[in-house]
Design a protein around this ligand. Structure first.
Ligand SMILES: C[S@@+](CC[C@H](N)C(=O)[O-])C[C@H]1O[C@@H](n2cnc3c(N)ncnc32)[C@H](O)[C@@H]1O
Length: 241
């Protein structure tokens, strides 16, 4: 039986660089199973911090007869990986702050990685900031939809600083802040899904602004100004209809 992945996991799987990969926060281990089945990788590590997901991963690995090539490991973040053991790490389905914390916590493993593939559930800016700080170059970003929800997906490689993806923003601190927050490739993407994603984002910010404007405190005024700046920046790249 061949695994069929969701859109967001498929986007990540298509960018995995073999022969060995670690899926951190693997839960069901569907991604590593698919990567072996499809021949994209010859071995994989399915790692999770919690016992339940590790049990479910081990059951699936067993069901697909892949125990010899997929190692299920329980532990926090990259602590389960030895330096040099894999070239690519995938972190999907957790918050951007957690994903970047996982990467920040294990420099000895990160130093040996060639590629990181991340699908943060929120706070993608924290991930982009970590990538910049750690000397990774953003290669691709996209917005994919699944069951009516938008997901950002990011692919980055060890690169030579400065990251060319931010070229047009460098030297303009405020613009750079927004580019890290929203994603340099997403800002210039011209596909219908990304446009719809930014429209939704802009409308959410407008709702927040309407609420914040009811306050008169100095912090409410500052927050309103910041929201207006975010909305103006988005509208520059993705005009709101
Ligand atoms: C929502 S699931 C995502 C599963 C799968 N990666 C996906 O995208 O479909 C998030 C998983 O991350 C695991 N997780 C959360 N924090 C973690 C950490 N610090 N290290 C490893 N796994 C973690 C959770 O136990 C959970 O199984």
């Amino acid at each position: 039986m061949t695994i069929v992945l969701s859109h967001r996991l498929q986007w990540l799987a298509d960018r995995v660089h073999g022969p060995s990969v670690a899926d951190i926060g693997t839960d069901h281990a569907l991604l590593p199973i698919y990567l072996i089945q499809s021949g994209r990788c010859t071995s994989a590590i399915a790692s999770d911090v919690a016992a339940g997901p590790c049990r479910s991963a081990a059951e699936n690995v067993q069901r697909y007869g892949l125990r010899r090539v997929i190692s299920v490991r329980q532990g926090n973040g990259l602590a389960t990986i030895r330096p040099g053991e894999v070239d690519t790490v995938v972190i999907a389905g957790m918050g951007g702050a957690t994903a970047s914390e996982i990467l920040r916590a294990c420099p000895e493993v990160v130093d040996t990685l060639g590629r990181v593939l991340i699908q943060p559930m929120n706070a993608s800016g924290a991930v982009r900031q970590w990538l910049l700080d750690a000397g990774f170059t953003l290669k691709e970003e996209a917005v994919v939809t699944e069951e009516g929800r938008f997901y950002e997906v990011l692919s980055a490689e060890r690169g030579t600083a400065p990251d060319a993806a931010y070229e047009r923003y460098r030297g303009h601190p405020e613009e750079m802040r927004f580019a890290v927050h929203y994603g340099p490739f997403l800002l210039t993407a011209d596909d219908a899904v990304t446009r719809a994603y930014f429209q939704q984002l802009w409308k959410k910010l407008r709702e927040q602004l309407q609420q914040v404007r009811q306050g008169t405190s100095a912090s409410a005024l500052r927050r309103a100004e910041d929201l207006e700046a975010h909305m103006a920046f988005i509208a520059r790249w993705h005009p709101v209809g």
